[in-house]
Write a protein that binds this ligand. Structure first.
Ligand SMILES: NC(=O)c1ccc[n+]([C@@H]2O[C@H](COP(=O)([O-])OP(=O)(O)OC[C@H]3O[C@@H](n4cnc5c(N)ncnc54)[C@H](O)[C@@H]3O)[C@@H](O)[C@H]2O)c1
Length: 334
């Protein structure tokens, strides 16, 4: 959809709301309203960070929509990172049984992953994405201009999801780093869109996008209330190391793939300060029980037989999962 067409949709809407977080509001809210010719839009600004991707925040947004008389012809523009696009997509798709929404991703991670594909939701009882729906935005407007204000640590977080595409689909993307990522932006979006088109409801091939996320989500939830929580990408980067370790043990993946990933993992974690040791293993494993990808009590993983050759719904014994975490923490403490 061209910008002009989007402007027309917004002009024809009964009302336009822009949902964003306090950091993004500071840098980009006036600019966005100007670019979209929607100075009249109502601003809804929520607290930033994963800890606020909750039903309580969703309720605040629903309250604001109701207070301003939003009807079913209103449009919600989600301006922010994955926290905002997940939350806003969920809020919009439930409000009056669904109003239209537009995603304007402002983090690298949201541009290459979270804003695309229609998965929306909030965390619940400390567990990731437990409440949510599949709902597609009417448009995703991607522009690298927003990255000029993105903190470096959040840039690395997005790089982790790009590396994921390298493992599951296109080995060229394993070369991505903080200097060259712009050249891979388009390709990353294509890989995600292709998988979503083939399997919107994640019943088969789309599951490969969860590579690194089974333990990644457990690590993210485990550190959510720590003094310095892991970012989503850092958690996934660690989860991918474990998934590669398990792939070597269970799927015959060449061990050199795991060895080669070591320096990349250290780069992706270079700004994280949380330290782990063997005593953290039980705490992380406790969160696996809540993971949506578990079926009948079994923890299911996406693993690799080779680079760009993923297999999904892989059952892994808990003892092996435990060993992979112990091996990860030992590697990080070397
Ligand atoms: N729906 C999906 O398919 C999908 C896929 C991957 C990740 N996710 C979700 O995405 C979330 C992570 O997304 P994220 O990494 O974008 O986190 P985020 O939205 O929390 O943003 C990270 C930080 O960057 C700040 N920020 C955002 N844009 C900025 C900008 N341009 N300039 C300055 N600061 C900016 C935010 O205020 C926040 O503090 C997680 O909740 C994860 O579960 C969803």
């Amino acid at each position: 959809m061209r910008l002009e067409e989007l402007k027309r949709i917004l002009a024809d809407a009964s009302q336009v709301f822009v949902l964003t977080d306090e950091n993004v509001a500071m840098y980009w809210l006036p600019e966005l309203k100007h670019w979209l010719d929607c100075e009249r839009a109502v601003e809804i600004v929520v607290k930033a960070g994963e800890r606020n991707k909750t039903l309580d925040t969703a309720r605040l947004v629903w309250d604001a929509l109701l207070k301003h008389g939003a009807d079913r012809h209103a449009v919600l523009v989600n301006l922010g990172g994955g926290m905002i696009t997940d939350l806003g997509g969920f809020v919009a798709s439930c409000y009056q049984r669904g109003i239209r929404f537009v995603n304007v991703p402002t983090t690298l991670l949201a541009m290459v992953d979270a804003a695309i594909g229609g998965k929306t939701g909030v965390d619940f009882e400390g567990c990731k994405n437990q409440i949510g729906v599949f709902a597609e935005p009417v448009e995703v407007m991607i522009s690298p201009v927003y990255l000029s204000t993105l903190p470096e640590r959040d840039l690395y977080s997005g790089l982790a999801e790009m590396v994921k595409y390298g493992f599951i689909d296109d080995s060229d993307m394993l070369q991505v780093n903080e200097c060259n990522y712009e050249q891979y932006l388009l390709r990353a979006g294509e890989i995600k869109k292709d998988l979503v088109e083939r399997d919107f409801k994640e019943e088969g091939p789309r599951k490969v996008l969860n590579f690194g996320h089974t333990l990644g989500h457990a690590l993210e939830s485990y550190t959510m209330n720590a003094a310095d929580p892991l970012t989503h990408g850092e958690s996934v980067a660690m989860g991918m190391w474990c998934a590669l370790w398990l792939s070597v043990k269970q799927c015959g993946l060449d061990e050199t793939v795991l060895d080669d990933y070591g320096p990349t993992l250290r780069m992706l974690l270079s700004l994280a300060t949380t330290e782990f040791d063997a005593e953290d293993v039980d705490g992380v494993l406790a969160y696996l029980a809540h993971d949506k990808k578990n079926l009948a009590g079994q923890t299911l993983f996406v693993l690799l037989e080779d680079i760009a050759d993923p297999v999904w719904d892989q059952e892994v014994p808990e003892s092996l999962v435990r060993q992979s975490l112990e091996a990860l923490f030992a590697f990080l403490n070397q």
